[in-house]
Design a binder for this molecule. Structure first.
Ligand code: ATP
Ligand code: MG
Length: 229
């Protein structure tokens, strides 16, 4: 059982390949508890892969990933994944109500909790304008939502889950400036006071990160703050 205390995450000489091609080589970095660490680099550099190893969708070939000193391979998958929130650009919505999509992964949420999470995610307003509000069916056969709306539902879901660790994979999608501002504001609320990994292509999108790790071709090419780099 993983019990997250400070929420310090350390990659120590992590090496990984899907097949024979090495994808990550001797990758090391540490995210201090509560900090935001940005993983930046070109497409194919291995950014998403690195964080899939934290979720244990795959296991490292050598090296280790620890959370507060505990190797992720030594804890139950349920407790590990229960401690991690994951927001990706391609937001997964299933065919169900808005409420069900927000509470997915949380078991004891009241209606007030759902609304509070949606408000913090800047989603409450558009949800109340849907035909059936929180009972509107979304997903494949339901009401079509925009990318920015789907993303805010994913943020609401993560907000409700309130995980100790958070992964944001390419969190800024192709949205207008106002939506981007809403998303940024909700992300700021979501990332406050929890260890967060942000994945981005460009340095400019992660200027507020406590530390930045630049991955190139599976290796750490540079590291520092936005000012250093
Ligand atoms: P992007 O910025 O485009 O999201 P990334 O840095 O996240 O890129 P990864 O998705 O980690 O890159 O992919 C790193 C490398 O691993 C790529 O060469 C990719 O083709 C390969 N790869 C990713 N997933 C798999 C998989 N499931 N099986 C085999 N190879 C994979
Ligand atoms: Mg990726």
């Amino acid at each position: 059982e993983l019990v997250v205390d400070a929420g310090r995450v350390t990659y120590d000489d992590v090496t990984f390949s899907y097949d024979d091609d090495p994808i990550l080589e001797d990758v090391r970095f540490t995210a201090e508890g509560g900090d935001t660490l940005a993983l930046v680099g070109p497409t194919g550099a291995g950014k998403s892969t690195a964080l899939k190893l934290l979720l244990r969708m795959y296991d490292v070939d050598s090296g280790s990933i620890t959370v507060d000193g505990r190797d992720v391979r030594d804890v139950t998958l349920t407790s590990l994944r229960g401690a991690i929130g994951y927001v990706s650009q391609e937001t997964f919505l299933f065919y169900g109500t808005v409420r069900e999509n927000i509470t997915y992964g949380t078991f004891d949420a009241s209606d007030e909790d759902v609304v509070a999470a949606a408000k913090a995610a800047e989603a409450h307003e558009f949800v109340t304008n849907l035909p059936d509000g929180y009972d509107t069916m979304v997903g494949e056969r339901g009401v079509k939502l925009s990318g920015g709306q789907r993303q805010r539902l994913a943020i609401a879901r993560a907000m409700l889950k309130d995980p100790e660790l958070l992964i944001l994979d390419e969190a800024t999608s192709d949205v207008d400036t106002e939506t981007e501002m809403l998303i940024q504001r909700s992300l700021d609320r979501l990332t406050a006071d929890r260890t967060t990994f942000v994945i981005a292509h460009r340095l400019s999108t992660v200027k507020d990160a406590d530390r930045i790790v630049v991955l190139e071709d599976g290796r750490v090419a540079e590291r520092g703050t936005h000012e250093d780099l």
